[in-house]
Design a protein around this ligand. Structure first.
Ligand code: HEC
Ligand code: HEC
Length: 315
């Protein structure tokens, strides 16, 4: 490991961080200036298999993670279920009570507790930022990190790291995709109209928009990826995309290793954002030094292929 680290240091010095030609891809960093009409706060929702009901107001309460299926996960600690007023929104509101996460945030289930603690600390100290300051979800996370304290984050990290991340993103290779718009809350949504060419994009869409809008923690996502991207991504991941094979640190099946995060089956939008952010130099926590040589020569196309492959794996 020591030798590997030294080698990486040399690579980091010689690798030029090329400017990223096209800016952050909109499909991985969806933002819109459009304002969406607020739903009727009194409307009541029901979900298949859930005994509880929530109103729209209830499901959008950031200090009370809507827990549709309390029997499907261990009891949430208070910080995960309710957060702390004024500034710490409930972790489970965005990351969901089962930690499965959504494309506009990140899955935390099964990630190493030490990794979760370090990332929030990095966000709090400003070592980890985002390539955009326009995604509301990310800005909210950075604010939560600043308002939270170490003891709270440790409790949340212990909770999420013990949960099992299960497959809930279906990766489909295709030439044509539904038309999409950037919808409310940084979500890519299907728009009316004929299908269109996928081009060089990954579109990660709710399996069921209605259920996702009710923050259903059992209704997952479909990721449409370009034909051939999974095989190209596999080759890149196994060769190391010009540096070390990803398995060297992320584990043989990309399920994480020590404090190094798991990648298998995780959101492709999240993976692309992070690969982009490392290269853009906005992730600078202690662990990021290991990733910088990995991304130094990564192009948009490579990031897309890598994310398609990793997302397609069994977690
Ligand atoms: C308002 C929504 C929101 C809340 C509440 C929230 N997060 Fe996040 N979190 C996000 C988003 C969005 C990201 C993705 C950031 C990015 O892509 O750069 C994220 C990312 C993270 C990451 C990094 C994951 C990774 O794989 O790199 C950790 C760790 C994390 N959150 C922990 C927490 C904890 C602990 C809490 C509760 C104290 C919490 N979050 C509350 C939205 C939220
Ligand atoms: C030398 C060890 C090492 C190698 C090799 C490596 N990684 Fe990483 N990776 C890390 C570490 C450590 C982190 C956590 C970084 C941090 O703390 O900010 C990380 C984080 C990441 C993340 C962010 C995950 C998240 O949820 O935020 C992604 C994505 C990633 N790596 C992908 C890759 C890919 C793809 C490859 C191969 C091309 C690769 N890594 C190779 C060590 C490595």
């Amino acid at each position: 490991m020591r030798k590997l680290l030294m080698l990486l240091g040399v690579l980091a010095l010689t690798g030029t961080a090329l400017a990223q030609a096209n800016g952050p891809p909109i499909w991985a960093y969806p933002v819109t200036a459009r304002k969406f009409p607020a739903p009727d706060p009194a409307q009541t929702g029901r979900l298949p298999g859930a005994k509880r009901t929530f109103t729209r107001a209830g499901v959008n309460d950031r200090f009370n993670a809507p827990d549709w299926y309390p029997a499907s996960h261990p009891k949430m600690p208070d910080i995960v279920a309710h957060g702390r007023k004024p500034g710490v929104f409930a972790c489970g509101y965005c990351h969901l009570p089962n930690g499965q996460g959504r494309p506009e945030n990140a899955s935390l289930a099964g990630q190493p507790a030490a990794y979760i603690v370090q990332q929030v600390a990095d966000m709090r100290s400003g070592l980890r930022k985002s390539s955009t300051d326009k995604m509301g979800s990310i800005n909210a996370m950075l604010a939560v990190a600043k308002a939270s304290n170490d003891a709270e984050v440790k409790i949340a990290a212990d909770y999420f790291s013990r949960l099992k991340y299960t497959k809930w993103i279906r990766v489909i290779e295709t030439d044509r995709v539904p038309r999409t718009i950037v919808g409310d809350r940084n979500m890519m949504n299907v728009a009316p109209g004929p299908r269109e060419p996928i081009g060089k994009r990954i579109l990660e869409l709710p399996e069921n928009l209605e259920r996702t809008e009710w923050r259903d923690s059992k209704s997952g996502f479909i990721a449409y990826v370009p034909k051939g991207s999974i095989a190209r991504g596999k080759a890149l991941v196994e060769s190391g995309a010009g540096a070390f094979p990803c398995a060297a640190c992320h584990g043989p099946d990309y399920k994480g290793n020590g404090a190094v995060p798991a990648l298998a089956g995780r959101s492709p939008a999240q993976i692309v954002r992070q690969l982009y952010d490392f290269k853009a130099g906005v992730r600078n926590g202690p662990g990021a030094a290991m990733m910088k040589p990995q991304v130094a020569n990564m192009t948009d196309d490579m990031r897309l292929d890598i994310a398609a492959y990793l997302a397609s794996l069994q977690p």
